[in-house]
Design a protein around this ligand. Structure first.
Ligand SMILES: O=C(O)[C@@H](O)[C@@H](O)[C@H](O)[C@H](O)CO
Ligand SMILES: [Mg+2]
Length: 403
């Protein structure tokens, strides 16, 4: 059996911070796992270094399920983004090792391909509706079958999802949290206009998505969903903060717009009621923040009972290691919906050489044994950690709000 003899945490910052766990076995096989938690990277690095790695040394790397249960139940303090991101990194690395030793890409170990490729969605954003449509047309020309639309809000200095750079969106933009300002009424006026213009420019053969980013009350989300129904949104994401899973009942009473939630969920318990009461249509939990491939498969299996599909988070603050693992999961899971794909910069891609490919709106993890991704430690060492916080958000009167 491949015994774990070493494990280390690599922190690198090729334009943004990434945390990677690398596990080494006595036969020399190594595996990598993404452990990046945007704005809280060092918490996960410490959890791994100080509390997880000492317990890994000497264990059988093939015992993925037992290691998962050991790290989950053995922590006593269960769940939470830091704990579950650390467990996810170990899980990804062990699947990587198992695939390499078996000489198979991880998707083959998960039951093989259930489809020819993974449909992904890109991010079209712009200060104005016109700017956003222009970028969306470019994504359509690149072959994307699904495009997320986020535009600026007249009268607001900034809003979620709109960046200076139209193709690379990194919200963690300062050494201390940037203060954003929010006005729901202004936002609710512009989004229906955006979707109307998008359907006129892009037609009906492309999926259009939108991320509300936790900023509406349930009834406001019901209002927006109703306003967007004529434009057939593929989904409305994070319509309202999901700590109260019941809140989605109120949204469901008012709109048939499909709902997607879950990128900030870290376990099946966060989404169990949403799934069992069919309050959502897509579950966005990810490999890196929801306990790895092992746990995400359980979430997807529960969702499948209720015809809910996967729509994994895939922002640039999830590293190429997570993207590779996600694509193996996406290729195999029966109730796949769509995969978010915010391209990484060439700088990041150079640090994380990978086998996955993009072509004509679809992605594939490749046939390399394991996850088909690695970290170039020499290159990584050249990028010092650079503290960066996600912004905070306030209403115009100064009231703290959801970012
Ligand atoms: O759907 C998304 O991709 C967003 O919600 C993310 O950009 C999110 O804001 C970041 O991943 C937070 O780090
Ligand atoms: Mg989101």
């Amino acid at each position: 059996m491949p015994k774990i003899v070493d494990a280390k945490v690599i922190i690198t910052c090729p334009g943004r911070n990434f945390v990677t766990l690398k596990i080494t076995c006595d036969d020399g096989t190594t595996g990598v796992g993404d452990a990046t938690l945007n704005g809280r990277e060092l918490s996960v690095a410490s959890y791994l270094t100080d509390h997880v790695i000492p317990c890994l040394i000497g264990r059988d790397a093939h015992r993925i399920e037992d290691v998962w249960q050991y790290l989950y139940k053995g922590a006593y303090w269960r769940r939470g983004p830091v704990t579950m991101t650390a467990i996810a990194a170990v899980d990804m690395a062990l699947w990587d090792i198992k695939g390499k030793i078996a000489g198979l890409p991880v998707y083959q170990l998960l039951g093989g391909a259930s489809r020819e490729g993974v449909m992904v969605y890109g991010h079209a954003n712009g200060t104005t509706i016109e700017d956003t449509i222009e970028v969306a047309l470019d994504y359509q020309a690149q072959g994307y079958k699904a495009i997320r639309l986020q535009c600026g809000v007249p009268g607001m200095a900034s809003t979620y999802g709109v960046s200076k750079d139209k193709y690379f969106y990194e919200p963690a933009d300062a050494d201390l949290p940037t203060e954003n300002v929010w006005n729901t009424a202004k936002y609710l006026r512009v989004v229906p206009e955006l979707f109307k213009a998008a359907r006129e420019a892009l037609g009906w053969d492309v999926h259009l998505l939108h991320d509300i980013h936790h900023r509406l009350t349930p009834i406001e989300a019901g209002r927006l969903g109703k306003d967007l129904e004529p434009y057939r949104p593929f989904w409305l994401e994070d319509a309202t903060p999901a700590e109260n899973q019941e809140a989605f009942k109120l949204i469901r009473q008012h709109t048939t717009a499909p709902l997607a939630v879950g990128e900030i969920f870290n376990s099946i318990w966060d989404c169990k009621d949403l799934i069992q009461n069919q309050l959502i249509d897509y579950i966005r939990a990810t490999v890196v923040h929801a306990g790895g491939i092992t746990h995400l498969r359980r979430i997807a299996a529960l969702a499948d009972l209720y015809q809910i599909r996967t729509g994994c988070h895939g922002a640039t603050d999830l590293s190429p290691v997570c993207m590779a693992a996600a694509l193996h999961f996406d290729l195999s899971v029966p109730n796949f919906g769509v995969q978010e794909y915010m391209r990484h910069t060439p700088e990041t891609d150079a640090v994380f050489p990978h086998a996955y490919t993009f072509e004509n709106g679809m992605m594939h993890p490749g046939e390399a044994p394991g996850l088909g991704v690695d970290i170039d430690e020499e290159l990584a060492a050249g990028y010092e950690y650079n503290r960066a916080f996600l912004p905070v958000n306030r209403l115009e009167d100064g009231t703290m709000y959801n970012w």
